[in-house]
Design a protein around this ligand. Structure first.
Ligand SMILES: Cc1cc2nc3c(=O)[nH]c(=O)nc-3n(C[C@H](O)[C@H](O)[C@H](O)COP(=O)(O)OP(=O)(O)OC[C@H]3O[C@@H](n4cnc5c(N)ncnc54)[C@H](O)[C@@H]3O)c2cc1C
Length: 805
């Protein structure tokens, strides 16, 4: 075995083999895969082999279609059959809500260029005569869906990788991974040690064990899963044509043809985590004992909907484990806090996803960034809060929800209160309906009492609507208070801090005592952050930004941090805080601080240390509400005292608590985008409009400068715009298709109801030549075309008078 490699991939399942293939195909030849046994020795060999494109995240869907389209190329390169049956497939709806969901999926598919169509139950039955159409309201048909041979696919990836110059070694378990002083790794096996520049944990069922070798506790969990295969079914023999595959959400089953019978799998309502304490090292090509009782009620439903199944003999029952992550999506990329250690774990639908995962990993490693925004798969969307125990309970929850509809306004119940702030119980007592982001609880909206703080999951407006309206009213007319503990706070100190941030950020750095908005760009000019940068003094800076993206940003910052001159700390968990906003905000603030906070003494975008509510704080004059407002950051242990001071002082000023929903409504009428929705690495500064904050003429050669300058010359192809919609009881959430003159020209990135101006708003990207004030579009919302008119100016306080006043 060789003693050196640029990259060592640990694990020869479908994921590891795909990564090896893509690295070699994209040009890195010195790459090696180590497999402890033979290829497919984890969950890959016993997969059901069904492949489909639908996913909760559009970019994952896009990558799933890439994966499926790759199979032909793999077969040609490797000479290895992948057993691809391109049968097409449908997603069946038997409730009106599910049909609405499928309409939303079809809308999404349009802008992704996928060829999905809604079909009637009768059309389903014509393609699949075993199905009882009376049980359904409709279906979404995708011609790309089908099934493959899992072992064939895995071997085809490996052989194709070899074709491009990569190597793999079987029967070579990795027993130690030791970091070297040069940042590389010694990868120890019984056959010798390889010095690798980078290692990738793609160990599937053993992701946790391989993680432990490097001191990492991954929040992933293998789950038991059943499918069964029937004897030949006379109706299939008689039909004589290949049957499409299907997913029946309400029965919680998936099925496809297997020879002359059917293969049927199900995600039962009570999940069974497997080997919680760790995957046995000697587990291999064995299966688990089937337990048909566990899935009996699902089988009954399946027999009602596919009656021929009930008459068929069962040939085989498979119970095998495969690994889930806390939200069901893969966890890939460089592991934050580690050097040269990457992961590609929790890939729970490997035969749909491994191609896309391999492509993104290879692009990211070789070119420095993936070609699409991989946030929904990025391992950095979890942090320290995602412990192994959290991983087990959330994975178990996710397994049971695999085919359940998660509504845009729905907060999942498991793994809650993992992180709370000092005022959590106060907020709940005031009627807060809570949500969780990056493990931290925060108020979404406030009901009249704790008992009423319930929200019905829906694709339409919920009972929160009027409450959010009242919160918005308070902010626009009086004063509101919102918790901002969930913002990220990154601290930079030292003589090199300014120079470092000047290179990291595309915007102009503020003077001491001031703050400014700035995008952070990738070398290719894509957005990597939409941040507020504050200078407390020449050697102390803060970056405030998305709390959810704090580990992603930490990883980026640490990647670029110089060896000396600047110290960096992510202080998000230490610094909590509250923001007040509204015409009475200054009066309220003046009652709880001895600082002079008059307009002259404390201007818009000023920031300084101050005592507020009798506690040490950092006081900033800025607000995401677009109103006169202040953000007050303090140590977590001071937050309750600060909250009490604000509540006491605000009584006669019309003070009202508001939550994240109101904040999102307030920013919509200002036309401001939000990170992970309107602003993300899929878009550039000029496309998003954040080029207004790029300091093109600053001396520093900031990351992404050349790309941003080139784009300034050529102009962006598309633009983020605000559309005012005509709707009644429904608003967009994200990913709805935008039409112009009958053609799909763009898509929605966020939206909702702007309560102050009383309009339904969508933010989305459209071609730059259509981004004109007054241009009329249509947005496909649950199957209906809704008129939407572009507005080029902010709908509230366009000149910023309220905010600056
Ligand atoms: C019953 C069942 C049905 C399924 N049906 C489908 C389906 O229809 N469609 C679909 O897309 N997906 C399906 N899946 C999921 C799919 O099987 C997984 O997503 C996929 O196998 C994950 O692949 P992987 O490479 O991440 O992990 P694994 O397949 O677990 O591969 C990990 C590899 O790493 C090796 N390894 C571990 N530790 C070490 C070490 N220390 N040194 C060297 N090598 C090591 C292992 O031997 C193994 O070969 C199903 C899974 C099950 C269990």
């Amino acid at each position: 075995m060789q003693s050196h490699a640029k990259v060592v991939v640990i694990g020869g399942g479908v994921v590891g083999c795909s990564i090896l293939f893509h690295l070699a195909k994209l040009g890195w030849k010195d790459v090696v895969l180590l497999e402890r046994s033979e290829l497919t020795s984890g969950s890959s060999w016993h997969a059901a082999g069904q492949i489909h494109t639908i996913s909760s995240d559009p970019n994952i869907s896009r990558l799933q279609s890439y994966t499926i389209n790759l199979y032909k190329e793999l077969e040609e390169l490797s000479g290895q059959s992948v057993g691809h049956h391109a049968t097409g497939g449908f997603y069946l709806a038997s409730t009106p809500e599910r049909l609405d969901y499928l309409k939303a999926e079809r809308s999404k598919a349009r802008y992704m260029g996928l060829d999905q169509e809604l079909i009637s139950p009768e059309e389903v039955a014509a393609m699949h005569p075993l199905i009882d159409p009376s049980k359904y309201l409709g279906a979404l048909y995708d011609p790309l869906d089908g099934h493959i041979d899992p072992s064939g696919v895995t071997h085809a990836y490996a052989k194709s990788a070899k074709h491009y110059g990569a190597a793999y070694y079987l029967d070579t378990p990795v027993i130690e991974t030791k970091q070297r002083p040069d940042g590389g790794w010694d990868v120890v096996t019984p056959a010798g040690t390889i010095h690798a520049e980078i290692i990738i944990n793609a160990a599937g069922l053993w992701a946790r064990e391989v993680g432990h070798l490097a001191g990492i506790d991954l929040p992933v969990q293998p789950m038991e899963h059943h499918y069964l295969i029937t004897e030949a079914i006379p109706e299939i023999v008689e039909f004589g044509k290949p049957l499409p595959c299907g997913i029946d959400y309400e029965a919680n089953i998936y099925f496809r043809q297997e020879h002359q019978g059917l293969l049927l799998g199900t995600y039962e309502p009570t999940s069974t985590p497997w080997s919680v304490e760790g995957t046995p090292l000697d587990f291999g090509h064995e299966l688990l004992t089937p337990d048909l009782d566990r899935i009996a009620d699902r089988l009954e439903l399946a027999f009602e909907r596919i009656p021929a199944l009930g008459r068929a003999g069962i040939k085989d029952v498979i119970n095998g484990p495969f690994t889930f992550g806390p939200d069901g999506n893969p966890m890939i990329g460089p592991v934050p806090g580690m050097k040269n250690y990457w992961a590609a774990v929790a890939v729970m639908a490997g035969f749909c996803q491994a191609g896309g995962v391999g492509l993104c990993m290879a692009e990211w490693m070789i070119e420095g960034e993936p070609s699409v925004d991989v946030w929904a798969m990025d391992i950095a969307r979890f942090g320290e809060f995602a412990t192994a125990e959290y991983g087990t309970i959330k994975s178990a929850e996710n397994y049971t929800r695999r085919f359940l509809l998660t509504y845009p306004n729905e907060e999942l119940p498991v793994g809650r209160r993992q992180k709370t702030t000092a005022i959590h119980d106060r907020l709940v007592a005031r009627g807060a309906c809570m949500g969780a982001a990056f493990g931290l609880e925060h108020a979404l909206w406030f009901a009249d009492s704790p008992e009423a703080a319930q929200e019905t999951p829906t694709l339409r407006r919920s009972e929160a609507f009027d409450h959010v309206a009242a919160e918005v009213h308070a902010v626009r007319h009086h004063v509101g208070v919102v918790e901002i503990a969930n913002y990220a706070k990154h601290e930079f100190t030292g003589p090199g801090a300014r120079a470092f941030l000047d290179r990291l950020l595309a915007g102009r750095l503020p003077k001491p005592g001031r703050l400014s908005l700035t995008p952070m760009l990738t070398p290719k000019g894509k957005l990597y952050g939409d941040l507020t940068v504050a200078c407390l003094d020449e050697e102390t800076f803060y970056l405030f930004g998305s709390g959810a993206a704090q580990e992603m940003h930490r990883r980026w910052i640490e990647q670029h941090l110089p060896d000396q001159g600047v110290a960096y700390r992510n202080r998000s968990d230490e610094l909590h805080g509250l923001a007040i906003a509204g015409p009475n905000a200054r009066e309220l603030l003046s009652r709880i601080t001895r600082e002079d906070v008059s307009q002259e003494a404390f201007k818009f975008r000023d920031i300084r240390p101050a005592t507020v509510g009798a506690v040490p704080a950092i006081l900033a004059r800025i607000s995401f509400s677009g109103e006169l407002g202040y953000e007050i950051y303090c140590a977590a242990h001071y937050q309750l005292r600060l909250f009490e001071a604000i509540e006491d002082a605000g009584q006669d000023l019309g003070l009202k608590l508001y939550g994240n929903r109101a904040l999102m409504s307030l920013r919509l009428e200002k036309g401001w985008g939000a990170w992970t929705l309107d602003f993300r690495p899929d878009f550039t500064a000029a496309e998003s409009g954040l080029d207004a904050f790029v300091a093109f003429d600053k001396q520093a050669d900031f990351i992404g400068k050349a790309a941003a300058l080139a784009e300034r010359d050529s102009g962006p192809a598309k633009k983020l715009v605000t559309l005012v919609m005509e709707t009644d009881d429904i608003d967009v959430s994200h990913d709805e298709a935008i039409f112009h003159d009958g053609d799909c020209v763009g898509y929605v990135t966020s939206g909702g109801f702007a309560h102050h101006i009383g309009q339904s708003i969508a933010l989305g990207y459209v071609p730059a030549d259509l981004a004109r004030d007054g241009e009329v579009f249509e947005i496909e919302l649950l199957g209906e075309m809704k008129p939407a008119k572009l507005t080029a100016t902010a709908l509230y306080d366009a000149d910023g008078g309220h905010m600056r006043g």
